[in-house]
Each structure stands twice: as structure tokens, then as C-alpha cells.
Design a protein around this ligand. Structure first.
Ligand code: ADP
Length: 490
């Protein structure tokens, strides 16, 4: 008989809305909230970064978790663990309070102690369980930041019978970020006397790779879409981990991320001026007008508005936009609302484009959750021509918001958007295959033509709005998997 409720410890470097740079934060929050709602005992640990806005948090006194110390290499770190309920949920979050490591301007740094910040998180998550006498069935780690947990459980903490039955799960949200450090940090990793446990080829190059270590030791590997789970077995997408992943292929599963429908729902989204749904869609037009007015874009003559919300990195296919949009904007009528920051070359490109077409292009450089919601609600089209995309959330938000996604067929984009067929009326967006200028140009021309065909456009929009990518479905897939590996362990 499987156990009804699971005990799960989840350690992550990000959690929405408190500490977020991307989808990792959304997923950790929404999955934890789902598990909590379903009655599982889920204990989430994140660092108490000084950038976290704590005004809405009520920290509960927790004497047993105060004034703790941990020795990491030659560092004797003092810390405590605070807890507070995540606003608007019943999920209790544990915060790793160690100002020496987390009192920095951002979540991530390029400082010399970056490895230490996340070794600390990984070890503190394990030691928090010890302090609380909490024997997790599942230790759920995310990306390179907590990928050392499986190694630690099997070596450094193997003496503790508390973890006798614990299974470790590593979710890869983006294989491009692996946490690669100089092997001088072996002492800080606690691996100076155990180098044989690490990947020898890396050590020969004087490297250690946190994510790869997690891939070696986790009981189960998951990634955030079925297509990405297949893609990362190939050199094009595997970023050097493909051979190791092939060896562990039987333990690798792709689960598409879900949408946090409490946060992303046009029917009651607190961050958009007008609410709507598939049945009463007129609010969408009003959001478009409000957005275009706010961004000082010319909204006359029913011009289609294309939205982009993205980290501006090579992953996101910005180079295709650079190659195609400046010409296309002179040939066709559309407006562009862009939100994002990242590589200076891309920021510069959008700034210049805005400068050249002030009433047709608006670029907001930075991070704004409110504007992200307004762009999803107010745009007609959402553009995501990614080179690779483990899952991607914005295309799924777009479907819910009746905003037609134009995406490249890769990773989670391939799994969540189906090419619209004007004849049968089936499909939810425009999907192109090749990562090249012609393909993007085809995608944009196709969507702009369809926009003029009001009957088909309505159909396309409604098809998207009818899709269910909520955590109710996706969360259950995680629970099933967790139960499966626990059963296999018996
Ligand atoms: P990734 O994790 O690769 O950045 P995802 O599509 O999985 O991409 O998730 C991105 C998340 O971050 C979405 O919730 C998106 O709305 C948000 N986001 C990205 N850039 C910004 C920004 N500049 N301002 C506000 N939200 C942003």
C-alpha cells in the first residue's frame, strides 16, 4: 500500500514571488503549494537573501533552529532558520538566515564564494531535517545550486538513519547552468578525502561540476518537459552531460511544468486592469488599449501587438529577432512590447529599435511582474523563438490569456503549443522548426496574416484558452513518480 501522504524536503535557490529570476522560482513555489494543498508534509528551504521583501512575512520564533553553526572547509558559518507562511497560501517556508553569505545585492553573484553559498544551502537543508527530526521520503533538489544533496546524503550524512529511506530527486530546469568551479573548492565541498566520488575527467581539468555530480548521485532525475528530456541526451542540447545522461536514461523523466493558476488567471488577475475569460473576452481588448496607452504605442487601426517577456540571453533566440524584425517592421503593420534584461548587445538592440520606431516599439529594460502580466493580457501575439527551452512558462501563460504564441518547436514549447491548421481549425499557436531567420519570418508572417482573418483568429485564441496546463495535473505526475521510486526502494 503506498503511503497516503509524503514527507518532502525541497531545497531551492529561488521561490516565487520572494526570490525569482526565472521559471525555477515559479515551479518551486507552485509545486510546493500544490503538495501542501494535497496534504503532503513539504518543507521548503530557501536562502534569506537581503533582496527578499519581508514586509508581508510574519516570521515565527523557532528557538531550536537558532544560533546554529556549520563547518564548510575552513569556514565556520553561523546561521539560523526562520519560518513564515508564504503569503496567500498555507505553505510554511523555511529561510536560511546567514547574512555573511546572502546579504548581497542579488540572488546570484559572480563572487569567489558563490560555491560556498549553495554548498551551505544544500548542507543546511539536510541539517534542518536533522534538527527537526524530519525524515523525508523525498529530498527534492533543483538545478546545480542544490545538486550536491544526493552526494551528501550518500556520503557525509549516510551515518544518520533518519535518511535511511530517503530518495533524492534532482530536477533539471536548465542544463545550460551547471555550477562549474575550480577544483580548489574540493575542501569546501567536503570532498578532499573523497575525490574518487567525483567525475574524474573534470578533476583532471581542475574542475568540479555541481550539476553533473547531482546527475551521478540522484535516485531520480527529472526535467521540465518530455521533449527536453529527450533533447538533452543529444550533444546539441546536452551541454556536455549527454553521455552521462544516456547512462542514466532509465532514471530520467520529463514532466511539463504547470501554470500557477492562482497567479496567472485572466479572470481574477490583480495585476491587470480588466478581467476576462474565454466566454467574456471583451476585457482582453480593453487590456490591450490600456497597455498600449501606458507604453505610448499607437493603437489606431487595430494594429496587432506582439509581446515579449524574457531574459535577454542567447537561449531565447533574440538573434533571430535581431535579424528579422527590423526589416519586417518596415514591411508590415504591428507593434511590439518588450520586457526584459540581460546581455547588453540585446538590450542595445531593443533600445535602438524603440528609438527608431517610437510609436510602434516599446522596450522596458528591467524586471516587472506587473508589466509581465499586462503584456500577457494586452498582447495579441507572444513571441518565443528559443534556441532551446527546457519548458518555458510564458507560452503557457499566453495560451490562458488568449495571446497567440509564436514559438520554435523545442523543449516545452514543442510540448505545449500545437501548430494551428486553418483548414481543420485545430491547434493553439504558430510553431516553426528550424532555428533560422526564414523560419521566424515565416512564423511572424503567418500569424500576422491570421490576425486579419477574424473568424479563424477567434477559433485559434479559444483553442489556446481551453488548454489545461495547471499544477493540478502536473503536480499529480510528480506525486506518482515519487511514490513509484519509494515503492521500488522497498
Ligand atoms: P526562464 O526560466 O528560462 O527565464 P521561463 O519562461 O521558464 O523562462 O520563465 C520565465 C519567468 O520569468 C516567467 O514567469 C516570466 O514571466 C518571468 N520573467 C522573465 N523576465 C521577466 C521580466 N523582465 N520581468 C518580469 N518577469 C519576467
Amino acid at each position: 500500500m503506498p503511503k497516503k501522504f509524503l514527507k518532502i524536503c525541497l531545497a531551492s535557490s529561488e521561490l516565487a514571488p520572494l526570490a525569482k529570476t526565472g521559471g525555477l522560482a515559479d515551479v518551486c513555489a507552485a509545486l510546493s503549494v500544490y503538495l501542501d494543498k494535497k496534504g503532503h508534509d513539504v518543507r521548503v528551504l530557501i536562502p534569506l537573501y537581503s533582496s527578499i521583501d519581508t514586509t508581508a512575512l510574519e516570521f515565527a520564533p523557532n528557538r531550536a533552529l537558532k544560533n546554529l553553526t556549520i563547518e564548510i572547509g575552513n569556514h565556520n558559518l553561523r546561521y539560523s532558520i526562520e519560518s513564515a507562511v508564504l503569503p496567500a497560501t498555507s505553505l510554511k517556508i523555511y529561510f536560511l538566515n546567514c547574512p555573511e553569505l546572502y546579504d548581497r545585492p542579488g540572488i546570484y553573484t559572480s563572487g569567489p564564494d558563490e560555491h560556498l553559498r549553495f554548498i551551505m544551502l544544500s548542507r543546511a537543508a539536510i541539517e534542518m531535517c536533522q534538527q527537526m527530526g524530519f525524515a523525508p521520503d523525498i529530498f527534492h533538489c533543483h538545478d546545480w545550486h542544490t545538486a550536491l544533496v544526493p552526494l551528501y546524503l550518500q556520503n557525509h550524512y549516510a551515518w544518520d538513519r533518519l535518511f535511511e529511506k530517503t530518495k533524492s530527486v534532482l530536477t533539471i530546469h536548465n542544463i545550460a547552468y551547471q555550477g562549474i568551479f575550480d577544483s580548489r573548492i574540493l575542501h569546501d565541498m567536503g570532498m578532499r578525502s573523497l575525490p574518487q566520488k567525483l567525475y574524474q575527467e573534470d578533476l583532471a581539468l581542475n574542475h568540479v561540476n555541481f550539476l553533473k555530480t547531482g546527475v551521478l548521485y540522484a535516485d531520480l532525475l527529472t526535467t521540465v518537459s518530455p521533449t527536453y528530456a529527450r533533447e538533452i541526451l543529444e550533444p546539441t542540447y546536452g551541454m556536455g552531460l549527454q553521455d552521462l545522461l544516456r547512462q542514466r536514461q532509465q532514471s530520467l523523466v520529463g514532466i511539463l511544468n504547470g501554470v500557477d493558476t492562482d497567479e496567472w488567471n485572466p479572470r481574477d488577475d490583480a495585476l491587470i486592469p480588466f478581467h476576462y475569460d474565454a466566454r467574456a473576452i471583451s476585457g482582453k481588448k480593453k487590456n490591450k488599449q490600456a497597455l498600449m496607452a501606458e507604453l505610448e504605442l499607437d493603437s489606431r487601426n487595430d494594429v496587432p501587438l506582439i509581446g515579449i517577456v524574457s531574459r535577454l540571453t542567447a537561449q531565447k533566440g533574440i538573434e533571430l529577432i535581431q535579424a528579422v524584425v527590423p526589416r519586417l517592421i518596415q514591411q508590415r503593420r504591428f507593434a511590439l512590447a518588450v520586457l526584459g534584461s540581460g546581455e547588453p548587445r540585446y538590450e542595445q538592440f531593443f533600445s535602438t529599435l524603440q528609438h527608431r520606431h517610437r510609436d510602434r516599439v516599446c522596450y522596458y529594460r528591467g524586471f516587472s511582474n506587473k508589466l509581465a502580466h499586462m503584456i500577457e493580457a494586452g498582447s495579441d501575439i507572444f513571441l518565443m523563438p528559443s534556441r532551446f527551452e527546457p519548458c518555458g512558462l510564458n507560452q503557457m501563460y499566453s495560451l490562458r490569456y488568449g495571446t497567440v504564441p509564436v514559438v520554435r518547436r523545442t523543449g516545452g514549447l514543442a510540448d505545449s503549443v500545437q501548430l494551428f491548421d486553418p483548414e481543420s481549425g485545430k491547434g493553439t499557436g504558430i510553431v516553426f522548426d528550424d532555428f533560422d531567420n526564414n523560419a521566424l519570418e515565416w512564423g511572424l508572417n503567418t500569424v500576422l496574416d491570421l490576425y486579419r482573418d477574424k473568424k479563424r483568429w477567434r477559433r485559434l485564441l479559444r483553442n489556446g484558452m481551453a488548454m489545461d496546463y495547471s499544477w493540478n495535473r502536473q503536480g499529480q505526475l510528480y506525486v506518482n513518480l515519487f511514490r513509484q521510486i519509494l515503492d521500488e526502494g522497498r
